[in-house]
Design a binder for this molecule. Structure first.
Ligand SMILES: *Cc1c(COP(=O)(O)O)cnc(C)c1O
Length: 227
């Protein structure tokens, strides 16, 4: 997919227009789909042109890596006050406090211990990042996320026991299966639990995800090139 060097600004523009086209084709407004540009493992030289093109929402999968990239004063200056950082990778309980303080959104809430840790950090801070619950739609042993059959109860527990207010669901479908049924399942679980946010779709399948209702697409290599 990425044999040739990528011009990140041009690739970013192309992804935005594909998002808009996919949204319109689904009878949706392009503005209802947020591009989360996944900047993990990318050099600043590729991120800077995408920032210059106006992108302000970025996805990162590790707390420390994200902090060292985005806390750099020159990088903060380049991004300005509109920067929105979303954690899309697994979160260890002992990093919950740092993640709550650093990120605008945590998309990978997926277990009770983590819910408890996030709730404690949110209470101490008096503010919560946007929370999405990760669902392991393919029930893959190596993947994080709550099992689909346990999702309703976990969402209810997050609300009732931990006082959290999740706003959406996130999934990463199995690499070797058509993603559509996974996106449909995530949308169904979200709808019956009153959750409006759907983070689904990556470089290879974001147009399909938009057809199934994605509100956030997490796109890395199609914007920045191979990692
Ligand atoms: C890395 C990553 C992405 C981006 O993947 P691409 O295929 O490069 O678009 C999306 N979501 C998650 C959870 C990731 O870890």
């Amino acid at each position: 997919m990425s044999e040739s060097p990528v011009d990140p600004a041009a690739a970013h523009a192309a992804v935005l227009s594909r998002i808009a086209a996919a949204a319109r084709a689904a009878g949706r407004a392009p503005a209802d789909v947020t591009l989360v540009a996944v900047s993990k493992q990318q050099p600043w030289g590729k991120i800077a042109p995408v920032l210059a093109a106006g992108q302000r929402v970025f996805g990162e999968n590790r707390v420390q890596e994200a902090q060292s990239r985005w806390d750099e004063p020159a990088h903060r200056d380049a991004a300005g006050p509109g920067l929105r950082l979303r954690l899309i990778g697994p979160l260890q309980t002992n990093k919950a406090k740092d993640a709550v303080a650093f990120f605008d959104a945590i998309e990978t809430l997926d277990r009770e211990r983590l819910a408890r840790a996030i709730a404690g950090a949110v209470q101490a801070r008096g503010a919560s990042p946007e929370l999405f619950i990760q669902v392991n739609t393919g029930e893959e042993a190596q993947k994080a996320g709550v099992a689909p059959a346990a999702a309703d109860a976990f969402i209810a527990d997050c609300r009732r026991i931990f006082g959290l207010a999740p706003v959406g669901l996130m999934c990463i479908p199995p690499a070797d299966e058509p993603p559509g049924p996974h996106f449909a399942l995530l949308a169904k679980i979200a709808a019956r639990n009153g959750l409006a946010g759907l983070s689904m779709g990556m470089s290879g399948d974001f147009e399909t995800a938009i057809r199934f209702g994605a509100t956030h697409v997490r796109v890395g290599s199609a914007v920045f090139g191979a990692r």
